[in-house]
Ligand binder design. Sequence first.
Ligand SMILES: NC(=O)c1ccc[n+]([C@@H]2O[C@H](COP(=O)([O-])OP(=O)(O)OC[C@H]3O[C@@H](n4cnc5c(N)ncnc54)[C@H](OP(=O)(O)O)[C@@H]3O)[C@@H](O)[C@H]2O)c1
Length: 291
Amino acid sequence: MSADRLWIVGAGRLGLALGLALHRSGAVASLAYSGRRAEPTAHPLFDGDPPPATYSAELRAPAEAPTGIVLAVPDGAIPAVAAVLAGLPLAPDTPVLHASGALSVDVLAPLAEQGHPVGGLHALAAVADSVAGAERLRGATFGVEGEGEARSLALRIVEGCGGRAVAVPSDGKPLYHAAAVFAANYAVALLGVAERLMGQAGVAPEDARTALAGLAAGAVENVAARGPAAALTGPVARGDAETVRLHLARLSGADRPLYSLLAREALALARDAGLPPDAVARIAERLEEAT
Ligand SMILES: NC(=O)c1ccc[n+]([C@@H]2O[C@H](COP(=O)([O-])OP(=O)(O)OC[C@H]3O[C@@H](n4cnc5c(N)ncnc54)[C@H](OP(=O)(O)O)[C@@H]3O)[C@@H](O)[C@H]2O)c1
């Protein structure tokens, strides 16, 4: 299996982090980027003589014909970029992937019409930085959509990252992505709420962040090892309705309904884990009282 000459359109967080991960593992023969800025952002891929990657501010095919193309532009820009690529003199058997989790492969229809194998390669990783993100991608799980050569390219990239591929059916993409958003983005949003509440309780912000991040990391590890129902701890898991009542009495504004909604989800898990029906009913009553 020969290494790919990869053309990545979009020199942002995901595109650069992915290229860096693949460069570090020696999984690509060459890396070319296209972006819309005159100059790329400073990045190790563009340092050195010669640098590991080339950059063009124009959307034109690299001098050496690519063996694979990845669109790493924001979801909203994918249709326009796909339309431009479809008009370029590319070998029609060159597979093209996009990096979106929510959009299906249908968004690459103009390229499929030209004969390109098309697919999706979505990293289930939070890439907040184009350098540190390369480490997030190492060993990550990737949602892969598409067949044939598109799938083969996706699998070579996943392998180059030392990752794991899960197949995602095209019509499942929005729900698959909503699940990822719950697990990553909304977990972060909840930690934001928790940090604010601890601050209101009088705990110093730096202490709160360390404490809560450590607490959350332990809970996530328990979920990975045991599944959500067995991993649930806390007042709902214990059937401690009095503590739930105390929390609700002190929470205000939007925090109260948010707590109640999440407590109902936790209660369903606690029931699955074997919480006796009378304890489930007592907690449900407290939640009912609070609405
Ligand atoms: N970040 C993550 O954690 C993550 C994880 C999985 C999947 N993804 C997916 O990866 C894709 C990119 O996300 P991102 O987080 O890397 O976004 P990002 O950091 O905003 O990077 C997007 C890049 O695309 C460039 N761009 C926008 N329109 C373009 C065009 N028409 N032609 C060429 N370049 C263009 C942007 O240029 P400017 O800098 O000039 O705006 C930017 O450099 C999205 O589909 C996203 O869903 C992201």
